[in-house]
Design a protein around this ligand. Sequence first.
Ligand SMILES: NC(=O)c1ccc[n+]([C@@H]2O[C@H](COP(=O)([O-])OP(=O)(O)OC[C@H]3O[C@@H](n4cnc5c(N)ncnc54)[C@H](OP(=O)(O)O)[C@@H]3O)[C@@H](O)[C@H]2O)c1
Length: 284
Amino acid sequence: MVVGAKGMLGKDLMGILHSSFSKDEIIGWDIEEMDIQKEDESLTKIENLRPEIVIHIAAYTDVDGCELDKEKAFAVNAEGTRHVALAASKCHAKMVYLSTDYVFDGEKGEPYLENDSPHPLNVYGHSKLKGEQYVQEWVKDSLIIRTQWLYGPFGKNFVDSILRQAREKGALSIVNDQIGSPTYTVDLAKAISVLIRFDARGIFHVANSDLCTWYTFSRAILKLSGVNRVNVVPISSKELGRPAARPSYSVLNCQKFEKETGLTMRPWSEALKDYLSTYHQPLS
Ligand SMILES: NC(=O)c1ccc[n+]([C@@H]2O[C@H](COP(=O)([O-])OP(=O)(O)OC[C@H]3O[C@@H](n4cnc5c(N)ncnc54)[C@H](OP(=O)(O)O)[C@@H]3O)[C@@H](O)[C@H]2O)c1
């Protein structure tokens, strides 16, 4: 079962799972079917279903929203995950949990390994890390996948936002002091499905390869979309002044995923080309 099936990653993951398993083997729920903040409801509903694998990707993902509403962040991302983990353990199910690069503080200066010590800078990162700890505490057979900078066809995302702003404005100011790897939800969904097929356990980092800043990413988005007339100005995170602090360098080392599966995640620029050509008309 997929918990969070109607979110940005959830819709792609449901598509991928439906193509590799028979339809009646996969069930996808979201908040309409089950609010993970409610312990009794989550336990009863999951236990009644008795899934073999619970893929938990539901979350409160608004990073600045979490900073302003710590209670909700922990109620959904930490306690909600505890409820799902408890139910999974009662069903003796495997549990897959999606986590984030924001469990790290960005001080390492080189790609993070799965066993590097987490040290979140913001409430979202703290709440997702607590979720990881609950999964490890309650579920014997668990797989935690940390990923980053997601975009895809089924959710509000940075790529669409840059293209929308390019249509509306002549100049954009984009942060140039955070480094990471933009990751296409279609590629991530395939990687999750492969890790499940391999019955992988423990923590894995999965993201598209190569790195960039939000500024260089936005330049690539505009270039590949044929937009030359928009001026992009690099700015600092401080100048942008968002409520939540972000790590300055949160690139994830994905070698463990490569060793386990024999697969390599493609560079973010190739994945971006694919996304733009599939879902966007060229702008001029
Ligand atoms: N987006 C990123 O850049 C990113 C980076 C690293 C890791 N991740 C992780 O990857 C996973 C998927 O992210 P995403 O971007 O696809 O997220 P998303 O689009 O926000 O989807 C999350 C889904 O969870 C649902 N949800 C929220 N609260 C819930 C509750 N109390 N009970 C049940 N469902 C609830 C949401 O419903 P509503 O929309 O109605 O709230 C939404 O459908 C998350 O675990 C996230 O932490 C994301």
